[in-house]
Design a binder for this molecule. Structure first.
Ligand code: NAP
Length: 248
């Protein structure tokens, strides 16, 4: 499959990595559909030639079903799905500096698992079911993180992303025989607004010294990897780390 021509469904395509992927696919002539939380961003995306957007909280199963029904009714039949929407959350398991409840917020735990992991299950299961009924196939790429291997201070995020990688491998085995392919892309630290709002300049400088390539990644590195995973018909169940060699 090539990146020109397909129908690509991207979750959280309103900003950040997702928006860069939207722009990349549109520039390559693909039809792009976006499931996005922010209705203003949906309006903005609708203005782009070749792009459709449906307002949706992908952590909510009913919302996903409604948005996907609208997409399918509009004859948007994805043969590439990018599960990108996610929130980055850092919090220690027990905050020893706090006087009150020192344990990791349970609300934050649930929210991160819902947005980063449940969403992948909700969206992918509906899309695959729809395609199977029409004897069509797809490539499903989920944006994970190197935190999936374990990262101090990121219990919920690491668990969610490890779950995403497990789903990639499970579905690769389960649905590979039916012609579907799955992969995860696990970025390290990218120079994005979400990274800069989560980490101080000092922390980023320290991190850069730990990365063998001594630099943060760029959203374009993710676009290059996604393109490769779509075009290479023999890759299935793989987690590709894009981290400058941070996790070896
Ligand atoms: P971002 O800039 O915050 O963009 C995330 C997008 O997803 C936004 O458009 C956001 O919409 C949307 N979104 C969030 N929750 C949603 C929900 N419940 N339903 C629908 N849309 C939702 O984040 P990013 O940095 O591009 O990250 C994208 C993905 O890459 C995430 O899965 C993240 O974990 C992963 N990642 C990022 C980095 C990095 O360095 N940036 C590193 C490793 C992994 P709103 O703005 O309206 O909420």
């Amino acid at each position: 499959m090539t990146t020109a021509g397909p129908h690509v469904l991207i979750t959280g395509g309103g900003r950040g990595i997702g928006r860069h992927l939207v722009n990349g696919f549109l520039a390559n002539g693909a039809a792009v559909g976006v499931l996005e939380y922010d209705s203003d961003l949906c309006d903005e995306l609708q203005q782009l030639d070749g792009c459709s957007a449906w307002q949706c909280d992908v952590s909510d199963a009913d919302d996903v079903d409604l948005a996907l029904s609208a997409a399918f009714d509009a004859n948007f039949v994805p043969n590439v799905l990018i599960n990108n929407a996610g929130i980055i959350h850092s919090e220690p398991l027990v905050n020893m500096l706090s006087r009150d409840d020192r344990v990791h917020s349970r609300a934050a735990w649930k929210r991160v698992l819902a947005v980063d992991l449940d969403s992948v299950f909700f969206v992918t299961s509906r899309v695959i079911d729809y395609l199977l009924a029409r004897r069509q196939t797809a490539v499903v790429i989920s944006i994970s993180s190197i935190s999936a291997s374990g990262n101090a201070g990121q219990s919920a995020y690491a668990a969610a992303k490890a779950g995403v990688n497990a789903l990639t491998k499970t579905w690769a085995r389960e649905l590979g025989p039916l012609g579907f392919r799955f992969a995860s892309v696990a970025p390290g630290f990218l120079d994005t607004p979400s990274t800069r709002s989560a980490l101080s300049e000092t922390t980023l400088d320290r991190l850069k010294q730990q990365i063998p390539l001594r630099a943060l990644g760029d959203v374009d590195h993710i676009w290059q990897t996604v393109r490769f995973l779509i075009e290479n018909d023999y890759v299935n169940g793989t987690v590709v780390e894009v981290d400058g060699g941070l996790v070896l």
